[in-house]
Design a protein. Structure first.
Length: 132
């Protein structure tokens, strides 16, 4: 399935995200609900640690992708919700370690929010992927 990543010459180019993506007809779409820092046992990983929570949330997202036959390369859209007042650089650093090498990065939108579903959550990541 051939996606068309748009990064117009008149706009800023950033290796971490694309400005737009055109999805071909009849694409197999995976919508991934918000992933946070909860492990298989339902425990919060990295309480108070943005980097650790981002890593766990990304590991959860990757697990869902792999269960559907996809990889990070198949992402087309990512929404990242950060708890306001937290160190965004730590979260971004963890993101780049896992997803910084994507050849054609997804579109990305970041949000600072007052709070998430549980008080100890610092980040939640949702995504959409086009599967092979």
């Amino acid at each position: 399935m051939q996606l068309e990543h748009l990064n117009p010459d008149r706009m800023h180019h950033n290796p971490a995200f694309s400005q737009g993506i055109i999805i071909p007809p009849n694409a197999r779409i995976l919508v991934i609900g918000g992933q946070n820092a909860v492990n298989k046992q339902g425990e919060i990983v990295g309480k108070g640690d943005m980097a650790a929570q981002t890593t766990q949330a990304l590991d959860n997202l990757i697990t869902v992708l792999e269960a559907a036959g996809g990889t990070l390369e198949d992402l087309i859209r990512v929404g990242i919700y950060f708890k306001a007042g937290e160190d965004l650089n730590a979260g971004f650093g963890a993101w780049m370690k896992k997803a910084g090498q994507i050849k054609n990065p997804p579109t990305v939108t970041g949000f600072q929010v007052v709070g998430l579903a549980r008080p100890d959550y610092l980040i939640e990541i949702e995504a959409t992927a086009i599967l092979p």
